[in-house]
Design a protein around this ligand. Structure first.
Ligand code: AMO
Length: 426
């Protein structure tokens, strides 16, 4: 059985009148009008109107449920329809798969479904043009990130997700039985990406990472996608600049390449103004004026207030060392502060990064200071005796970036099959 199509709907146009085509997709609508039946047929690129003339064809589709799959061989012709510039007159229609009704959600989106029902029927939800547009934009965002980083000399890598010991310390690790051993799901590629600078100098990874945090917010998932970089011979503000380039390029690329998707979502993606503002931690606690003292962490309520004062993208830099993980480098001129930054969009933290310690003895001391056991990190620390260059990097939450890009608050909307403390299926 031949399954091939000659065209996607998006490739058909009025100038093709008289041309024979084979198209296929999902029946979005079906209307009988006397001796004619009209189908609206959708594929991933768009819709076309199909007209069926003749008893046999009409009989074939009479009891066909919407969202069934058909393949149509026909000819492009003029139409009287208001919504279509042309139509395809069917000569042969093959029913390839029948949709069983009732469907769990209305994929056209005429009847609104709540997010839980949509996520439970996610594959079907992708026939909703709004949902499809989000994931087409995500594809373009990823394309842009890979392009920018490759052009900047970064090599894409894949590090393990099943690991034998905690990569960053901390309690938020999922543990799993690995035959007769104890293993964990990686929370970040932090240690690997640092080690890789020894040989590859500039690396990036785009992958899922795991956090066993029972957070019920619109910005936390237990499995999230992180874009990570690490680069040698650069300091923290240099990699912050790379981050700014990556992010602004994503906006520019999506603005240009996702015109239809922006229309469908009713949004306008615009390249943000650069350079992003740099607000020091010290400046932030002063601006907040809540009696915060150096060393206090910024809680959600603080970040919300700060976000009102700085509504777009900005870097929060020079955090106190005591708030930072063991691998972060201190500022030479003020060792209580760190060479670190977060990229914020208003209240939302999109990324964090910084300059790393590359002296293994300093790392051992910091591990002990933070109550971690240096002997558990020896596998990692041995690479620091092999000519470890000074290096810096960051991790960017792709799901959060997508939520900013699409102007949709809940990260679950921009992840195909989100995982949170409650959701493990589908
Ligand atoms: P951090 O833990 O700040 O840093 O994570 C980096 C970015 O990843 C995103 N993110 C999350 N997104 C959704 N759900 C979560 N549970 C979640 N946790 C984190 C955020 C965050 O800013 N190793 C360092 C990075 C580095 O220094 O290179 C790290 O993992 O957008």
């Amino acid at each position: 059985m031949d399954l091939k199509r000659t065209h996607y709907m998006g490739n058909l146009n009025v100038s093709m009148k008289g041309q024979k085509v084979i198209i296929g997709g999902w029946v979005e609508d079906l209307r009988e009008l006397g001796k004619l039946t009209f189908l609206t047929l959708r594929d991933v690129t768009g819709v076309a109107q199909i007209v069926i003339v003749g008893e046999d064809g009409i009989k074939q589709v009479k009891d066909l449920n919407r969202q069934s799959v058909v393949r149509v061989t026909g000819t492009v012709q003029d139409t009287k329809a208001r919504d279509f510039p042309f139509e395809v007159k069917s000569e042969k229609i093959e029913i390839l798969s029948r949709a069983v009704h009732p469907l769990p959600i209305d994929p056209i989106g005429r009847l609104e479904s709540n997010i839980d029902n949509r996520l439970n029927a996610r594959a079907l939800d992708l026939r909703n043009q709004k949902t499809a547009s989000i994931f087409k934009m995500r594809h373009h965002a990823l394309q842009s990130i890979r392009k920018t980083l490759t052009e900047l000399g970064f090599i894409e890598v894949n590090t393990p997700k099943i690991i034998g010991s905690a990569s960053e310390g901390g309690a938020n690790l999922f543990s799993l039985k690995y035959f007769d051993k104890q293993a964990y799901l990686a929370q970040s590629p932090q240690l690997y990406k640092e080690q890789l600078t020894v040989g590859l100098e500039r690396v990036f990874e785009i992958s899922s990472f795991y956090r066993a945090e029972k957070s019920h917010t619109v910005r936390h998932l237990t499995e999230f996608t992180s874009v990570d970089i690490e680069a040698d011979f650069v300091d923290y503000l240099d990699v912050a600049e790379i981050l700014e380039t990556v992010v602004t390029n994503v906006f520019e690329y999506v603005e240009k390449n996702c015109i239809e998707e922006q229309k469908i979502l009713g949004i306008e993606v615009k390249k943000p103004k650069t350079p992003f503002e740099r607000v020091t931690y010290k400046q932030a606690i002063e601006e907040l004026g809540l009696g915060l003292v150096e060393g206090d962490d910024l809680q959600d309520s603080h970040l919300r207030k700060l976000g009102e004062m700085h509504p777009g993208f900005y870097f929060l830099i020079d955090w106190p060392m005591k708030l930072k993980p063991f691998y972060i480098h201190e500022k030479e001129d003020n060792p209580s502060l760190s060479k670190s930054f977060d990229l914020q969009y208003g209240y939302l933290e999109l990324s964090s990064g910084g300059r790393r310690l590359h002296d293994p003895n300093k790392i051992r001391a910091r591990l002990t200071e933070q109550g971690l056991n240096p002997s558990q990190f020896e596998d990692h620390l041995k690479a620091f005796d092999w000519g470890m260059p000074p290096h810096s990097g960051w991790g960017l939450g792709l799901d959060r970036l997508m939520s900013v890009l699409t102007k949709i608050d809940n990260v679950r909307e921009v992840v195909l099959y989100p995982r949170d403390p409650e959701r493990l299926f589908p």
